[in-house]
Design a protein around this ligand. Structure first.
Ligand SMILES: *Cc1c(COP(=O)(O)O)cnc(C)c1O
Length: 401
């Protein structure tokens, strides 16, 4: 069976790029084609009446009952993402934001308390301060750089979830995940983490995380044409909790989008490597410009948590922050961003194209100061020639003089 080449125990010894080429292909290849097809469908036929009683028919290693539980195209993507993150099972949902809200809903109920870093993805904060609050779930936004004793002091008897996001959205603080997870587990809390920036370069389950969240919309999709999220777990108990919440809430993802994500996976190792290297070249150049006060990229030695980054990450990606000299106000930052010719002004990232996004003035901080020492923006470095991007940034900065 040629399919067997794509599964089996040898997989763990293979490099990341090899696994991205071969993963998610076993069992779903049809008629010898390399790629799994798009399986669209709502109804799944039971082979007999007893199968309805017994929870469906076992196909592709899952019990299939209805399209909402996904089909072979979803399973192929689930297997690759679980492999990327070093987990055992994965659930695909329609957006990265759904991958944030489903686990929070799964583990929190009325009367519970949740800890979320102040540097979290903005819509995660919004979920906590609106629907979660209305459901009687209390949230404390904490300093992402809190230490073990500080985390222990924040945990209340009714705290059920310690949420992490590392590095933080827009401000790129790297969290001490193993230490924070240890403090959380010592007090019976679940550890949820948004690992969208780390992708495979941060292995959440080796660092004490229970549930890992990714916006596949970003580098996995890679082409700015899909929205998709994943929730990866490392125990059957957590997997059942996530699956149950996702299906109770009616979450689903289009198999066409899963197929596009699988296509993105095939080139992701190379794209990430190229974009990370380009981002470091651009970030290092920016650090030397007089109009720039600070560059917030965990892979730069100047980053305050660079040592944690070196300890826990095997690499980075191409999303980072830039703080301009405080002599420029928001209007100056806008002039700089507007002057750029090759950088689109847009929110999502991980695609092939470079982006610049004004951030200070648009993000909320309640545990720490919302003053970052100068006007701040976020850059995403795409697959363009780095020399062209640097030339564009140079002409943009000249507008400030
Ligand atoms: C983009 C993003 C999300 C949400 O992804 P969508 O697919 O756009 O909903 C979640 N977390 C982080 C860190 C993100 O950057």
């Amino acid at each position: 069976m040629p399919n067997d080449r794509d599964s089996g125990d040898h997989k763990k010894n293979l490099g990341f790029a090899t696994r991205m080429s071969h993963g998610g292909r076993a069992g779903v290849k049809i008629h010898g084609f390399v790629n799994p097809p798009v399986h669209r469908g709502s109804t799944v036929l039971y082979p007999d009446a007893e199968a309805r009683r017994d929870g469906g028919a076992k196909r592709f290693e899952r019990y299939m009952t209805y399209g909402t539980a996904g089909g072979p195209t979803h399973y192929a993507l689930e297997d690759v993402i679980a492999d990327i993150e070093g987990g055992t099972r994965c659930t695909i949902v329609g957006t990265g934001l759904a991958a944030v809200t489903v686990p929070l809903t799964a583990y929190l109920k009325n009367g519970d308390h949740c800890l979320i870093p102040d540097s979290c993805y903005g819509p995660a904060r919004n979920f906590a301060t609106t629907l979660m609050k209305d459901w009687g779930i209390d949230t404390t936004f904490y300093d992402p750089c809190v230490d073990e004793a500080g985390m222990a002091a924040l945990i209340r008897p009714n705290t059920k979830v310690v949420y992490l996001e590392s590095p933080g959205s827009h401000t790129f603080e790297v969290q001490d995940v193993p230490v924070l997870a240890r403090a959380a587990h010592a007090r019976g809390c679940k550890v949820l983490m948004d690992n969208t920036w780390g992708i495979h370069n941060f292995q959440p389950f080796e660092h004490g995380v229970d549930v890992s969240i990714q916006a596949l919309t970003k580098y996995v999709g890679g082409h700015s044409d899909i929205l998709l999220g994943s929730i990866t777990t490392n125990s059957e108990e957590d997997h059942r909790a996530i699956r149950s919440a996702a299906s109770t809430l009616g979450h689903y993802a289009s198999p066409d989008d899963c197929w596009l994500a699988l296509r993105g996976v095939r080139t992701m190792a190379m794209r990430l490597k190229a974009q990370e290297a380009a981002s470091l070249e651009v970030a290092t150049w920016l650090e030397q410009q007089p109009q720039v006060k600070r560059v917030l990229h965990p892979a730069l030695p100047s980053h305050p948590q660079h040592a944690l980054y070196k300890r826990d990450f095997t690499g980075g990606c191409s999303l980072f922050g830039v703080i301009l000299d405080p002599q420029y106000d928001q209007g100056g930052m806008f002039r700089f961003v507007n002057a750029l010719q090759l950088f689109g002004i847009g929110a999502s990232w991980g695609g092939f194209e470079s982006l610049a996004l004004p951030t200070s003035g648009f993000i909320t901080r309640t545990a720490g100061s919302g003053d970052f020492g100068g006007p701040m923006l976020r850059l995403h470095i795409g697959l363009e020639d780095t020399k062209d991007l640097i030339a564009d940034l140079a002409q943009g900065l000249r507008v400030l003089n």
